[in-house]
Design a protein. Structure first.
Length: 109
């Protein structure tokens, strides 16, 4: 993860870091072998930097944290879900542009 503002969410910390978070949380569901996921990574880094202090941004490796992927019915990656007050409020499947992600977060901050 290139940006220091991108968190790693796992089965162990998902409840505390995402569901119990005070503000909005953008979660990128990805895997190392997924080329579109790698293509989305710089966008996620930029969003994390731009929203530092306003929203939390992080990634879930679906290979290593399968239970989370199953819980949120992740059937294709990359998938980005924005959580607010512990609930998923927006879902983007596939490559998503920065403007759409930023607009969705701006609606919540």
């Amino acid at each position: 993860m290139a940006s220091q503002n991108v968190h790693e969410f796992t089965t162990d910390n998902f409840q505390a870091q995402v569901l119990d978070a005070d503000g909005p949380v953008l979660v990128d569901f990805w895997a190392e072998w997924c080329m579109p996921c790698r293509m989305l990574a710089p966008t996620i880094d930029q969003i994390a930097d731009e929203f530092a202090g306003k929203a939390k941004v992080g990634k879930v490796d679906t290979d290593n944290n399968q239970a989370i992927g199953v819980q949120y019915e992740i059937s294709a990656i990359p998938t980005v879900i924005i959580f607010h007050a512990g609930q998923p409020v927006r879902k983007f499947v596939g490559l998503t542009n920065k403007a759409d992600l930023a607009a969705a977060l701006n609606d919540l901050v």
